[in-house]
Design a protein around this ligand. Structure first.
Ligand SMILES: Nc1ncnc2c1ncn2[C@@H]1O[C@H](COP(=O)(O)OP(=O)(O)O)[C@@H](O)[C@H]1O
Ligand SMILES: [Mg+2]
Length: 337
């Protein structure tokens, strides 16, 4: 469990100080994959560096499993730092060493030798899907493969936490999925808690359980990705849910239209037809679509409704967990509360 409490950090510059983090608090469950999303300059790397104990905050506390890291120094600080693997876009691989040699390097520094080291490197090559490339040099690999080597190297000494600062930066979109899959596998197979930062909400959509949205150093939204997506007023849901495009002609055929967010196969497949039958209303999907959040399908639909019991049908749907937003009433599509 990582607990960040009221973290603030600014940097002295020639002009006025730059405030990188403003009173940031966030809890990250052990074994989860947590995303920090925000535009360039919003403070993502500074937050990651504070959690990785590479940077000291001006105010606030980072706790790792309850341990207040602000009180550590010297040898104890180095020991705790070893619990945190770091993958950042600046960490270069050794160009003259093989893939396996790069992954082994942190163990060599610790003086671990022989069969133990070979087993560990073999397992990590397997985890990142590069067993066939063990004897190649980094220059013979693609950018995405090199990033996967860097992930393996960050995991070599068996950290409890992996900080992946913008892991898909400079990786082609075709290869980004494989890099993210490796992070997911590290969490699933090694039980590592993964904190990733990214400017791309799509990365959060693919693999994160929890998310914090950073803007100008402050957290503007945080929570479980599915909870945030289920509420169409959140930024997370606005950036991740399918857009709704309907024509006026489509909505004009109904007495009213509403937007719904449905989460999960059962809900998407069964809720609307069942409501239509139960309340004898005509209910049609006139816009929106289905996407996936991790493995969970999530739909945002615009529905057209006609029938006396449409209010009851909508109440019934929302009691079953769907988020219903009333968008427009009447054939002109006039917005109503
Ligand atoms: N070492 C530093 N010295 C001065 N300013 C910095 C330093 N590191 C970060 N900053 C500033 O802090 C803000 C947040 O930076 P950063 O954490 O790198 O954001 P992000 O990773 O989201 O792009 C930016 O305005 C950046 O210019
Ligand atoms: Mg950054």
């Amino acid at each position: 469990m990582i607990t960040v409490e009221n973290l603030s950090k600014s940097f002295a510059t020639k002009g006025k100080p730059v405030i990188a983090l403003r009173d940031v608090s966030v809890d990250i469950e052990a074994g989860s994959l947590f995303g920090v999303v925000g535009p360039a300059g919003s403070g993502k790397s500074t937050l990651a560096r504070c959690i990785g104990l590479q940077e000291r905050p001006d105010r606030g506390v980072v706790r790792l499993d309850g341990l207040n890291t602000g009180t550590l120094d010297g040898r104890r600080l180095r020991e705790v730092r070893r619990q945190v693997g770091i993958l950042d876009t600046k960490s270069e691989l050794h160009g003259e060493r093989t893939v396996a040699g790069n992954i082994a390097a942190p163990l060599e520094q610790l003086g671990l030798d022989g069969p133990q080291r070979r087993t560990r490197v073999g397992n990590l090559l397997d985890l990142v899907g590069l067993t066939q490339r063990a004897t190649q040099r980094p220059s013979e690999l693609t950018a995405g493969q090199r990033r996967r080597v860097a992930v393996a190297r960050a995991l070599t000494v068996g950290p409890a936490v992996l900080l992946a600062d913008d892991p898909t930066a400079d990786v082609s979109p075709e290869e980004a999925g494989a890099v993210l899959a490796v992070l997911d596998r590290a969490r699933a197979e090694l039980g590592v808690t993964v904190l990733l930062t990214t400017p791309d909400a799509g990365v959060v959509r693919r693999i994160c359980d929890g998310v914090a949205v950073l803007e100008e150093g402050a957290i503007v939204e945080r929570g479980s990705v599915l909870d945030l997506v289920g509420d169409p007023t959140t930024r997370t849901s606005q950036s991740l849910l399918p857009a709704i495009e309907t024509t006026r002609a489509q909505s004009a055929r109904y007495e009213r239209s509403v937007d719904v967010v449905l989460i999960g196969f059962a809900s998407i497949g069964a809720l609307l037809p069942e409501a239509a039958t139960r309340f004898d209303v005509e209910l049609a999907t006139i816009g929106g679509g289905v996407t996936k959040i991790g493995d969970t399908p999530v739909a945002r639909f615009r529905l057209g409704l006609r029938g006396q019991q449409s209010d009851s049908a909508l109440a019934w749907i929302s009691e079953r967990g769907a988020h219903v937003t009333h968008t427009a009433r009447g054939p002109q599509g006039v917005a109503a509360a």
